[in-house]
Design a protein around this ligand. Structure first.
Ligand code: PMP
Ligand code: GLU
Length: 395
């Protein structure tokens, strides 16, 4: 059957792909330890599940407004105001089927053919593919571990061309866990202002910041920056609600309205029951968020410390999110169990097949020489996975 060039040119998501392979191997009875997917291992808190049962009983099983129920938009506004002091109106919000969907709505609303978006690498796998699907082009600016994955403003400036329409900020970041400092954010805001660019700020990990640090959104810098910024957030990571598929964008009203129009043609509303569950998440007790964050922080400390003991692996301590992103380049160019390993993809394949550990190769994030290891799993799994890593790498 005919396949469009558009479909033909898009690779499948590497994070989803590795996670799916690990699940398939588990179903075949293999004891695979998954460090692949960025998904909380915690169950969705009980009061949120109860709200979903009640929503069904109350008959909230019909279409809602395409851009989401007003109560949920009001709850997003209230939570953001309470947590970071940012004020928005409910009509600046479009609720979607996950942050990923909110992002695709943004690209569809923002981009014309040939428009460029500056994306910092290592980047989350889906950004360049999504931008490409909407006719745009991701222009990457590399950041490196030695500078804590902070971009060099001079490199950002030189990446701007007449086709540039936006800069994408993901702080805290997937896959590095990096947080952009105030100065970095100010530099990015200044470059956006000089060139009249839109800023897209994906803040889905803002509740998973460690060591007592506070979240700083680029929209908090000043009113002018806020006015040119579109925020992306959702309940997946903060409330362990990945399967419920609720996320949102917050933008100037006309942009949010257009995104809602696109959504009304494409998918209509996100699941009505999940919207009521998300409402309970945002308006109910918040101690579950802190409790899960504390667990991630303990796992991070254990994992990073133990990983650093392994020869040929260098790893920053991520200040946020739930990923380690170690430099494994010392292991490339080696032969392991008779297999030549030259790329992070070959290493990830080898670790999955020979070591029964699933990881995601750095190349999927635009950073060859690294592996991403999620620590959204138990300390027991981390311990067992480390032992397997050691054996598989013969160190
Ligand atoms: N942004 C980033 C950086 C992510 O890692 C994810 C995780 N998939 C998302 C957005 C979207 O998450 P979701 O669609 O589950 O809300
Ligand atoms: N964001 C998560 C990850 O990076 C979930 C999978 C995905 O949507 O990419 O693993």
């Amino acid at each position: 059957m005919k396949i469009s060039q558009r479909a033909d040119n898009i690779p499948p998501s590497a994070t989803v792909g590795m996670a799916t392979r690990a699940k398939q191997m588990s179903r075949q009875g293999l004891d695979v330890i998954s460090f692949a997917v960025g998904e909380p291992d915690f169950a969705t808190p009980e009061h949120i599940c109860q709200a979903a049962y009640q929503a069904m009983e109350a008959g909230h099983t019909k279409y809602t407004a395409a851009s989401g129920i007003p109560e949920l938009k009001e709850a997003v506004v209230a939570r953001l105001r309470a947590e970071v002091g940012l004020s928005y109106d409910a009509d600046q919000i479009c609720i979607s089927s996950g942050g990923k969907h909110a992002l695709t709505n943004i690209w569809q609303t923002l981009l014309d053919e040939g428009d460029e978006v500056i994306v910092f690498a290592p980047y989350w796998v889906s950004y360049p593919a999504q931008i490409q699907l909407s006719g745009g082009r991701a222009v990457t600016v590399m950041t490196d571990a030695s500078r804590g994955f902070q971009p060099d403003p001079a490199e950002v400036r030189s990446a701007v061309t007449p086709q540039t329409v936006a800069i994408l900020v993901n702080s805290p970041a997937n896959p590095t866990g990096a947080i952009f400092g105030q100065e970095t954010l100010q530099e990015i805001a200044a470059i956006a202002a000089e060139n009249d660019l839109t800023i897209i700020s994906d803040e889905i990990y803002r509740n998973l910041i460690f060591d007592g640090r506070q979240h700083l959104s680029i929209a908090m810098l000043d009113e002018e920056t806020k006015a040119r910024t579109i925020l992306v957030d959702g309940v997946s990571k903060s409330y362990a609600m990945t399967g419920w598929r609720i996320g949102w964008l917050i933008a100037p009203k006309d942009f949010a309205t257009k995104a809602g129009s696109i959504q009304s043609q494409e998918t209509h509303n996100p699941c009505s029951i999940a919207q009521y569950a998300a409402l309970a998440a945002l308006t109910g007790p918040q101690d579950c968020v802190a409790a899960m964050r504390d667990q991630y922080e303990q796992r991070r400390d254990f994992f990073v410390e133990a990983l650093r003991q392994l020869e040929g692996i260098e790893c920053n301590t991520p200040p946020a999110a739930f990923y380690l992103f170690p430099d494994i380049s010392a292991h490339l160019g080696r032969s392991l169990a008779g297999q030549q390993i030259d790329t992070s993809l070959q290493l990830a394949e080898y670790l999955l097949e020979q070591g029964l550990i699933s990881t995601v190769p750095g190349s999927a994030f635009g950073a060859e020489g690294f592996l991403r290891l999620s620590f959204a799993c138990s300390v027991e799994d981390i311990k067992r996975g480390l032992q397997r890593l050691k054996t598989a790498l013969e160190i």
